[in-house]
Unconditional design. Sequence first.
Length: 421
Amino acid sequence: MTLLALGINHRTATVAVRERVAFTPAQLESALVELRGLPEVHEAAVLSTCNRTELYCVTEPSGERAILDWLGHFHGLALEELTPCAYHYLDNDAARHLMRVAVGLDSMVLGEPQILGQLKEAYQSARQASGLGGELELLFQHTFAVAKQVRTRTGIGQNPVSVAYAAVSLASRIFDDFGRSRALLIGAGETIELVARHLREAGVRNMIVANRTRERAEVLAGEFNAEAISLNEIPDALARADIVISSTAAPLPILGKGMAERALKKRRHRPIFMVDIAVPRDIEPEVGDLDDIFLYTVDDLNEVIQENRRHRQAAADQAESLIEHGVHVWLHERRIRSSGELIRRYRDQAAEVREYSERQALARLARGEDPEEVLRLLAHQLTNRLLHRPTVALREASGGERRDLLTAAEALLLDSTSTKP
């Protein structure tokens, strides 16, 4: 079996491609069932965020092409478009990649903490869909332990660095009096909660939270003394907003060009700063063509993100060292686990020989044969039957000059510390 990590991310694909390959929450369960149902796939988990879509699978050695074909077919994306953006890692490289993802070393924002929570959600989804077996279960558990160690022993998560932080930081550079601006936040998930927190810390007091379910918007708005609205109230709220930051899991855009034009007319063309963090995008790209709209996507946050990356690089170097140790430990444990099946088969084979010899000995005793003679014969037969196959293999290895097998056999079969049985 092969451990495979296959995916695309912000380094290999544009947001236009990433949003086409992203899995919505509604798609995830059926996707896991389909992926796990491929003949080549034995275990599977799917990680899908605004910056990456990754599949972690235990497969047959030939499984990579089948999985890539499935990913393209599921999203209606031609392989000619998908293949140049896709990367893959195998076995210990796949384990290393997962650990780097978990601690934020592979994120657009170095060390960002949200990815670990997203990875835990991906793990739970895979468990619920019966996508995990022993291999991925142990890998994810080990990865979470390594991530906790990195967070505890390095400073990689000390500063408030995230896509949400980068969005607010960029907005603060645009407005002279940032604290007097009104912000419209679309969505009510973890990212928007972080955006609201950073906005409040930056001095913004007037916020509107819009969400598909008004109840969830009210919960988040209550935490920040903000106004709560539903999505169909966005057109009116947009005319009052200086800043718009959006992050939902909606499959189609929520805010279109026509809506933005009407809002600008009501505002007498006072500018609006917008950041669309979502993948797929919440704001139609054409909105950015309007003269008084300044629209940014996650890919436009790189300048802010790179500045923060420099501050975290020392901690990242320390994290890389801890991950290398984590990969070494996981690989050692994996080798031990892989020997378990061989040990079981060998013990089962020895048990068959013992049971066969035992039945013969009991039959002789039942016929009245001398117990001492039966015992000697039992010991002789057991010795011959247990040593027959290893002896034949040693002779063949010797004739074939297989010094590697002979050396291994000496280490496995002979007790070098004693001449006594």
